[in-house]
Design a protein around this ligand. Structure first.
Ligand SMILES: Cc1ncc(COP(=O)(O)O)c(C=O)c1O
Length: 418
């Protein structure tokens, strides 16, 4: 039976966590800080829970350099829940802005109703996850309110794998928000940086929201350029069960309040469930309903460890993430007759490295089998894409990346070419 030390796990999420964090979590689950009770048994309203929440928020803010005018929320419902929550909350904020412009006279509702023709949610579709987010917005609000700014498949023979040139992006004026996925976990596509087309011009300030579920904590984020970012914990931050939203406070009370349920009904727009309302989460410091404090605790331990490991915080991790990605891509590029990296070089993800092996399914199955025998597991590509996917999250060490690179080279040699 293998031990944890024998296995380098490249699964796309949930992902491996540092063994020290898991060992500590196991102990905390049994008896937290000598209280005679496990952390998952303590009340979420206890001081213990509040301290864990506040310390984790402070450490996340420190590690990512999140400014004071942003709020950190712990939500449930995963990344998929956020597809709906983003649409609900930012459309609510759009209605609140229109309401403020129009005022509360007798004609306010018909005026708002006629303003709805301008309600647009902008989506940049670069892979399966942004596509799903756009589909959720369409399902909730109607296709007439969703504007596809760009779709990689249109410029890449029907497949994801590139970022469409920004000069072709079709952004709406005054959109409720413009949305993108910073790292497409399934397709292995990562935006190289913040899109120039979304920079504030002073006159035009796009409301930018990004899904950072699979690359958060691995590179610097220019938080100030975003109205909100969100990420599920289960790749680089912790366990499945909590989703983090970092949102500019100006989208929360007292500056912006969600419109009343009555008004939204009059306008024929959907009303968010309370648990998906950012203002409800913010008012209650993420404790509107029972939050999994154990999951927040584990995230806190991961952050604590990162802060100890990297005095220069996320920049330290960023350098390591880039080095590991170069090691793995370098090994693949050294054997071009055997390995075909799926995404274009300009859009390659540092986190999810997707490739095919010459010879098709049978050779790929042999690669997976031989890899597993060496303790290199979780390498099977997503069911929609096939092939191999090495998820190079923070818990993969440089040694782990080198071990995979060595195997990539040795396997190619055995195939008779390199
Ligand atoms: C980038 C990205 N966004 C969203 C999701 C959906 O997250 P969840 O499964 O927590 O709903 C995933 C899941 O892997 C993801 O990788």
């Amino acid at each position: 039976m293998p031990s944890r030390a024998d296995i380098t796990y490249f699964g796309a999420g949930p992902s491996a966590l540092p063994t020290e964090v898991i060992e500590d979590a196991a102990q905390a689950l049994i008896n937290y800080n000598d209280t005679g009770l496990g952390i998952a048994e303590h009340s979420h309203r206890s001081d213990i829970a509040k301290n864990i929440i506040n310390k984790t928020k402070a450490d996340l803010a420190s590690y990512l350099d999140i400014p004071d005018d942003y709020e950190i929320l712990f939500m449930s419902g995963g990344g998929s829940g956020e597809f709906a929550a983003v649409a609900y909350n930012f459309v609510g904020a759009w209605v609140a802005r229109k309401q403020a412009e129009i005022g509360s006279g007798d004609n306010a509702v018909p005026q708002l109703q006629s303003a709805l023709k301008d309600l647009k949610m902008d989506y940049i579709i670069t892979g399966g996850w942004s596509q799903k987010a756009a589909a959720e917005a369409e399902r909730l609000f109607g296709a007439e309110h969703v504007n596809v700014v760009a779709d990689s498949r249109k410029v890449n023979n029907g497949k994801f794998g590139v970022i469409p040139d920004e000069s072709t992006w079709n952004l709406s004026q005054g959109a409720a928000f413009v949305y993108y996925c910073d790292n497409e976990t399934v397709d292995g596509v990562e935006l190289p940086g913040f899109p120039k087309a979304l920079e504030s011009t002073g006159v035009n300030e796009p409301i930018v929201v990004a899904d950072m579920s699979s690359n958060i904590l691995s590179r610097k984020v220019p938080i100030k350029k975003f109205s909100a970012i969100f990420f599920g914990a289960q790749k680089n931050l912790g366990l499945t069960g909590i989703t983090v939203v970092v949102i500019k406070k100006s989208f929360l009370p007292p500056v912006t309040s969600q419109p009343s349920a009555t008004l939204m009904r009059q306008l024929g727009l959907p009303i968010p469930p309370r648990i998906f309302e950012y203002e409800t989460a913010a008012k209650n410091n993420s404790l509107y309903n029972t939050l999994s404090i154990f999951d927040v605790y584990v995230a806190g331990q991961v952050l604590n460890r990162l802060l100890q490991q990297y005095p220069n915080k996320v920049e330290g991790q960023q350098a390591v993430s880039e080095e590991k990605a170069q090691i793995i891509y370098g090994a693949l590029e050294a054997c071009p007759n055997i390995y075909k990296i799926i995404p274009d070089k300009t859009a390659r993800s540092r986190m999810n490295i997707c490739f095919r092996i010459e010879g098709g399914d049978a050779v790929e199955a042999a690669f997976l089998k031989e890899g597993t025998a060496l303790g290199l597991t979780g390498l099977k590509g997503h069911r929609s894409l096939g092939g191999i996917r090495a998820s190079n999250y923070n818990a993969i060490s440089i040694g782990g990346a080198k071990k995979l690179a060595d195997f990539i080279g040795a396997f190619a040699k055995k195939q008779g070419q390199s």
